[in-house]
Design a protein. Structure first.
Length: 635
């Protein structure tokens, strides 16, 4: 018998009821309090003169409130005596105010009587109106409720967004500061050109800007396309100068000339596509820290271009991947997520992954297949359980390989934590053992590949894989096979923990015992797999397995040298293509703005050459006082 959890359906109904209660439970207007305040304002002992500046605005607000009240259904009003602090006595106007109060009470009583007499008619009218609500309004309310639930689920917590902050929480501020000082420059490094001027860059949410980075010139911006269902849709916009840099970059990319690609940064230091290309060169050459710094520079520029209404904190902002100008943000966020995960900042990686998934629910970067891993590593078990139950109100999410196994692991740790605290979990939820058994029967191929990848060398795993159900397991569709490869590549490290190995081992033995008693379960779960993944095509072929791996392939230096030309030729091509130097470029390459010199010992010579073309890179003076070779050519 197949048991599929109905948590998402209950969660969807609860979300709809909660949304409706938020709409209904609004603050009731208090007309008598407003009249009391208006009558007493003129007789107070003193008045703040600065209030006169806002007098016109207050009158406009009062007019709007009166107009809103005139259109509402008559409601019973609370008595002013319930809040006597609002009553201000006056010696000069007692009799006039008493008459006014009496008149107000009489009007209120008569209106209350009329409302009581007609209450049945009003209810009948409201009942008729509810029946005549069209289908479009119902659909819009349901859409707003769904968007509200997804937005709150994927809302980013800015406290955990920066990797530097997470490292400080793990190791302490002093250790992190000491490491950053050693990496940014030491006492042995000299600054070319004497005193170096540092720029004060704006603070951003995603990354911490380095003082050595050039000033942001604002060549990239963002526009609001539309607001639909409480969700704002945005798109990046290129300025004319940025479009010019983009054309130069495209021409250099078609010519396969990495030198001209790097030369674009000489005049446009924040051209995103060029920075992404240089970051890939660093990554494939094994210089991961330089690659991470370049990606951080991309994110700094992309965040500086954000629209004032764009905020990842609320989770209601969208940037569709179908817009070409939006694609670099997804690429940069995906690379940044991998970089900070390699540094052990799993909570920060989870927040970035949530942002990736919130920007475009079509999930072009496959964030859905990493978010469970980051949640487990960050020990956000309750959030992961909620995500599986509530995201898109789709019960089929727990049938994907990553979520079926990760949900069992999540429940395993929740049960262990509850047992250590003497607590009891809810009875209506499946146990971790049952969830793992369902995962193994739904995707038995995962176990076979986990044993090979981890690797799990205990002889007991050899006996388990000898069972036909696990030993001859097949995916059945290219899409499922691809997703299983992604899951194993991303999550295999979790199964190196002894407690999870024992948990998986016990569940596998239970499955074998169950199948020995009733083999019809195999056909039932095979039907489920075929129904969930029916396509004969790989629907996830755009997701590369290497993008979910901690290991990065490298390229030999000879493959870089074939693209190299003389630096003087590079500068000649730049001057011919780019024409006049844009505004601010001279300041970017001036000697006083250069950062501390970099070390070159033991590094890839091809990448050192590429770095020499960048305006913010400085290798300092040689031991004999000579400048770098590329500076001699420029002179």
């Amino acid at each position: 018998m197949i048991h599929i959890r109905d948590g998402p359906q209950r969660a969807g109904a609860a979300a709809a009821a909660a949304q409706q209660s938020l709409v209904d439970a609004g603050p009731e207007p208090d007309e008598e309090d407003e009249e009391e305040g208006e009558g007493s304002a003129d007789v107070g002992p003193s008045r703040n003169l600065f209030d006169l500046l806002n007098e016109d605005d207050d009158q406009e607000v009062e007019e709007e409130v009166v107009n809103e009240k005139s259109s509402d259904v008559v409601e019973e009003k609370p008595s002013v005596l319930a809040n006597p602090s609002k009553v201000v006595s006056s010696a000069g106007g007692k009799s006039k105010k008493k008459k006014q109060k009496k008149k107000n009470r009489d009007d209120g009583n008569s209106m209350k009587d009329r409302s009581e007499e007609s209450i049945d008619a009003i209810l009948e009218e409201l009942a008729i109106d509810t029946k005549t609500i069209n289908h479009e309004e119902i659909t819009e309310v349901q859409l707003n409720t769904h968007n509200y639930g997804v937005s709150s689920l994927l809302a980013v917590d800015p406290k955990f967004l920066k990797a530097e902050d997470e490292l400080r929480r793990i190791f302490g501020s002093k250790i992190v500061r000491s490491f950053e000082n050693d990496r940014n420059g030491g006492s042995s490094r000299q600054v070319r050109g004497g005193r170096r001027m540092t720029l004060s860059l704006r603070k951003t949410m995603l990354v911490s800007a380095s003082v050595n980075w050039p000033k942001w010139e604002g060549d990239l911006s963002m526009e609001l396309l539309e607001t639909k269902g409480g969700v704002n849709y945005f798109r990046y916009v290129h300025s004319p100068s940025y479009s010019q840099a983009q054309r130069i970059f495209e021409a250099a990319k078609e010519a396969h000339d990495i030198n001209v690609v790097a030369g674009v940064l000489l005049y446009y230091p924040y051209h995103i596509e060029t920075l992404l290309t240089i970051a890939d060169m660093y990554k494939f050459s094994g210089e991961h820290q330089h690659s991470a710094d370049t990606i951080a520079k991309c994110l700094f520029a992309l965040e500086c271009a954000w629209h004032p209404l764009f905020s990842p904190v609320q989770g209601n902002c969208r940037l569709k991947y179908t817009h070409e100008t939006n694609k670099p943000l997804f690429t940069a966020l995906s690379s940044h997520m991998q970089n900070i995960e390699r540094r052990g900042c799993h909570r920060s990686a989870l927040e970035v992954c949530k942002l990736l998934l919130a920007l475009d629910d079509d999930d072009p970067m496959g964030a859905m297949f990493s978010i469970d891993y980051f949640a487990l590593r960050a020990e956000e078990y309750t959030w992961l359980e909620r995500f599986v139950e509530e995201y898109k109100n789709d019960a089929s999410i727990c049938l994907f390989p990553n979520f079926s196994y990760s949900l069992a692991i999540c429940q395993f740790y929740l049960e262990r934590d509850a047992a250590s605290k003497g607590l009891v979990l809810e009875d209506d939820k499946s146990s971790s053992t049952d969830l793992m058994k369902q995962a193994l029967m739904l995707h038995p191929l995962v176990l076979k590949r986990l044993v090979e990848k981890a690797p799990l060398k205990d002889s007991v795993w050899t006996k388990i894989l000898k069972h036909p159900f696990f030993g001859s397991a097949q995916a059945g569709s290219p899409s499922l096979d691809h997703l299983i490869k992604i899951y194993v590549e991303r999550n295999y490290v979790l199964y190196r923990y002894p407690d999870l190995q024992n948990f998986l081992k016990e569940a596998a033995h239970s499955v074998i015992e169950l199948l020995n008693i009733n083999s019809t379960e195999i056909k039932d779960w095979a039907c489920v797999r075929k129904e969930v993944f029916p396509s004969d095509k790989n629907e996830y072929s755009h997701l590369q397995i290497s993008d979910f791996s901690d290991t990065v392939p490298t390229i030999p230096p000879d493959d870089l040298r074939q693209f190299m030309v003389h630096p003087q030729m590079v500068h000649g091509m730049q001057n011919a293509d780019m024409g006049a130097v844009p505004h601010g470029a001279h300041g970017a390459i001036a000697g006083e703005d250069r950062p501390p010199p970099r070390e070159v010992v033991g590094r890839n010579p091809g990448l050192v050459f590429l770095e020499s073309l960048l305006p913010w890179i400085d290798y300092g003076a040689h031991e004999h006082g000579h400048q770098d070779d590329h500076d001699q050519v420029d002179q």
